[in-house]
Design a protein around this ligand. Structure first.
Ligand SMILES: [Zn+2]
Length: 64
């Protein structure tokens, strides 16, 4: 288990276990959150993620 850093919000230690990060890195400067704080903040760190409210259906042109 490798220590990655501390959660920006609650300063809890965040580790990497077997290659899986036990938290979330969001935003361009790479702000580190634990899972709890990331859920509470809902990716509010300016992450330019794609909204996932609808599926990929209807976004692109379809072959007929
Ligand atoms: Zn936290």
């Amino acid at each position: 288990m490798e220590w990655v850093g501390k959660c920006t919000v609650c300063t809890k230690d965040v580790y990497c276990r077997d290659g899986f990060l036990d938290g979330v890195v969001a935003g361009h400067p790479g702000v580190l959150y634990c899972h709890d704080c990331y859920e509470k903040h809902g990716g509010h760190a300016g992450d330019a993620g794609v909204p996932d409210s609808h599926g990929p259906e209807g976004l692109g042109p379809k072959d007929h």
